[in-house]
Design a binder for this molecule. Structure first.
Ligand code: ZN
Ligand code: ZN
Ligand code: ZN
Length: 253
């Protein structure tokens, strides 16, 4: 069955944070060990990674993703792209240039920051960058992804809807056309950084405003800071139908 697996649910520093001994960081609950936010979409034999952050290699090993058919990059920030070099085993094993779907701006960033991957130097990861934009449909195996605009502060980035599931990371605001595409959701996966929010990230209360507006059957929160506290404690503060995401969580489509 087609499904999405969350392979990372932390904000950019991960959980635990190096040197921190807060309740979340010292928790023994495995759900409090969070890699940086990312996911894998499974459709038949095909697998699409959503982002390739600094934990990409560990995430693919842990989830036993033995083949990969593409990567969708939501945006260029390091916690979503820094692991792209580790796509090499897939390129070598499968004999392919890895399709990377991203905004034109993100493609430009990749060509600068990972310039060596676009050379003929032996052994570099080979990326087949396919620029796309808001409103585009991305056909992936038997799935049809609708690419949506998310405003990450002043930075427009990619989210998507596939069937009745929406995946929206690094959200600060959702523009009107995106709201229109998010009606009648079964599952809303949405970022919720901490209790205060920032110029570019929703607080828990701000995320709940979107939950009230969109009325999905269930909501899964991710891209979480250790400051939200341990998983179980944070979960106990949330209304019915809203769940704290965790690494390895499977969401059927
Ligand atoms: Zn901590
Ligand atoms: Zn970001
Ligand atoms: Zn992020």
């Amino acid at each position: 069955m087609a499904h999405l697996r969350l392979t990372g649910t932390a904000t950019s520093q991960g959980v635990p944070v190096i040197g921190c001994h807060c309740a979340a960081c010292s928790s023994t609950d495995p759900r409090d060990r969070r890699y940086r936010t990312s996911a894998v979409l499974y459709a038949g034999e095909a697998r699409l990674a959503i982002d390739a952050g600094p934990d990409f290699r560990s995430q693919m090993l842990r989830a036993q993703v033995d083949r990969l058919d593409g990567i969708l990059l939501t945006h260029e920030h390091n916690d979503h792209t820094a692991g792209i070099d580790d796509v090499r085993p897939y390129c070598f094993m499968q004999g392919v240039d890895m399709p990377v779907y991203c905004l034109p701006r993100v493609a430009g960033e990749l060509r600068e920051r990972f310039a060596y991957t676009f050379t003929n130097y032996p052994g570099v990861p080979r990326l087949d960058v396919r620029e796309c934009t808001f409103g585009d449909r991305l056909d992936f195996a038997e799935l049809d992804l609708e690419l949506l605009r998310v405003d990450h502060g002043r930075l427009p980035i990619l989210g998507f809807r596939v069937n009745d599931l929406a995946y929206l990371t690094d959200v600060k605001t959702l523009p009107e056309p995106t709201i229109a595409s998010l009606q009648n959701l079964d599952t809303l996966v949405i970022s919720s950084l901490n209790h205060y929010g920032t110029h570019s990230h929703l607080s828990v209360a701000e995320t709940m405003n979107y939950v009230t507006l969109l009325q999905p059957r269930r909501t899964v929160l991710f891209h979480l800071s250790h400051r939200l506290g341990p998983h179980a404690e944070f979960q106990s503060t949330l209304p019915a139908g809203v769940y704290v995401g965790y690494d390895g969580m499977r969401l059927d489509l």
